[in-house]
Design a protein around this ligand. Structure first.
Ligand SMILES: Cc1cc2nc3c(=O)[nH]c(=O)nc-3n(C[C@H](O)[C@H](O)[C@H](O)COP(=O)(O)OP(=O)(O)OC[C@H]3O[C@@H](n4cnc5c(N)ncnc54)[C@H](O)[C@@H]3O)c2cc1C
Length: 439
């Protein structure tokens, strides 16, 4: 058997104790005919990064009130405590060569939807005078100024131009020459006199975004008149089987630390890769601040612009690292600067005038490259974690690689759908095929 057997936690036939109030419903996301349980359903989501908060949101949003669902999110650090909280926040649906990624249209659409949800929640908080606009990493949540990718490799220029012609209507790719690029960012250098401009792309302040999305989860629970509930529990989970009796399902969204869980160690085809991001500032007396409307830049090093005198430059790629700390030593920061500055200055020479203002790091969980690209790993993992019988179901959502922002929303929605319906089949087989070689 290649997939875990999946029992429905609130099906009449499989769970006799839920058979007292059989009823059919059609939820907003599913047309399945289901009976409601006579007790609230309890789900645990492990990890409060892009994956975990997205799953929690969709579990709450896509479940009927009658289920009286409650979701506990466990995180040893807190919201955005792992790679998500430190990520560059760059969001667009294309590969480095400008090709639309696997299911890029759905991923892009759902990511925009979640950003809107988070922004609406944050705005409602600010209206009530409770907003926090004084975050250390900038005070925006979504910076919608586009992304510019100067062509730097003559060999791939033709391919990138072809890909640009096949772009999404909802995230167009414009080909611009030096004059066009410099009208966006003065003093930009285009080694091949060509750049690809994604005007609809954006960069996100990941911590603020996640905090706002969690707030949206709380608001959604409140709006259900007490029939849904969400709690954030600051706790390290070192064995998922401890949660078996307590929850109807446990969704494991632990990023690169998924490998520490007994039963899953060495079972997921993931490689770790540490990335350092440096924070640069332009002194207030220095000339040549970044244009307020200027796009972020993707090149051999990227620049995620935070404001006219404030940007993040990333990122390094240290494969097989086991360093999970977001702290960066002076020595590691200096190495990162030595590596990134020359790359960034090829296209944006003015970067040499900017001053180092700090650094942070995260560990990516990189999935294998498949014919569809590097796809996250999803699926039911009862057998892997050693769960026998019972109704509690263990699910994993991992391997978001370097594109967590793009993948988290649509795949979080699919994950929630699979958990709520207890049907692994609702997840595209490309995302569950990793299990075939593991069981
Ligand atoms: C330097 C860098 C730059 C990046 N830039 C971008 C970018 O610009 N755009 C983009 O789309 N992606 C980017 N990424 C990738 C993106 O950050 C990841 O794909 C994404 O964060 C993965 O999300 P996750 O929720 O799976 O994992 P994480 O964000 O790592 O979340 C896992 C959570 O689980 C918690 N946790 C771990 N173990 C336990 C435990 N035992 N018990 C309880 N809690 C636990 C952690 O505290 C953490 O909060 C970048 C990554 C790095 C490292």
């Amino acid at each position: 058997m290649t997939t875990d057997s999946v029992l429905h936690p609130f099906s009449v036939t499989l769970r006799p104790r839920f058979s007292e109030f059989p009823r059919c419903f059609t939820s907003s996301s599913s047309s399945a005919c289901l009976s409601f349980p006579n007790r609230p359903l309890r789900y645990a989501v492990l990890g409060a990064g892009f994956a975990g908060i997205s799953v929690a949101w969709h579990l709450l949003k896509d479940s009927p009130k009658e289920l009286r669902l409650s979701v506990d999110i466990y995180d040893e650090i807190g919201i955005g405590g792992g790679a998500s909280g430190v990520s560059g926040g760059l969001l667009h649906p294309y590969s480095p060569k400008g090709k639309l990624l696997w299911h890029g249209a759905e991923c892009w659409r759902e990511s925009l939807e979640l950003l809107n949800v988070a922004e609406t929640a944050a705005a409602s908080m600010e209206k009530k005078g409770k907003g926090d606009s004084n975050e250390s990493f900038g005070n925006f949540m979504v910076r919608r100024r586009g992304i510019l990718r100067p062509a730097t490799n003559a060999k791939t220029l033709g391919l990138m131009s072809d890909n640009a012609r096949n772009c999404l209507a909802s995230c167009v790719v414009e080909t611009v020459d030096k004059d066009g690029a410099q009208s966006l960012v003065p003093n930009l250098c285009l080694p091949l006199n060509c750049a690809f401009y994604f005007p609809g792309a954006m960069n996100v302040n990941p911590k603020r975004y996640l905090q706002a999305l969690f707030l949206a989860c709380q608001n959604s629970a409140i709006a259900s008149l007490g029939r849904k509930n969400i709690t954030l529990v600051k706790k390290c989970i070192d064995d998922v089987l401890q949660l078996e009796g307590e929850y109807d399902a446990v969704v494991i969204c632990l990023g690169s630390k998924v490998d520490f869980l007994p039963g899953l160690t060495g079972k997921l085809p993931l490689r770790t890769c540490r990335g350092v991001i440096t924070h640069l500032k332009l002194h207030e007396n220095a000339r040549g601040s970044y244009p307020d409307s200027g796009p972020s830049i993707l090149s051999d090093a990227w620049l995620a612009v935070q404001g006219p005198r404030n940007l993040h430059m990333g990122s390094t790629w240290e494969w097989q690292s086991r360093n999970y700390s977001s702290d960066v030593s002076a020595e590691e920061a200096s190495r990162a600067l030595d590596e990134l500055l020359p790359k960034a200055s090829v296209v944006y020479p003015d970067i040499e005038k900017w001053e180092f203002a700090g650094a942070r790091a995260g560990l990516r969980a990189m999935p294998p490259v498949t014919s569809h690209g590097s796809l996250p790993l999803l699926g039911c993992v009862n057998q892997l974690v050693g769960a026998v019988g019972g109704s509690c179901k263990f699910w994993v959502f991992a391997g978001l690689g370097s594109r967590g922002l793009l993948y988290h929303a649509w795949l979080g929605k699919l994950m929630a759908k699979a958990v709520l319906s207890c049907k692994e089949e609702v997840i595209p087989s490309e995302l569950t095929s990793w299990k075939k070689s593991r069981q």
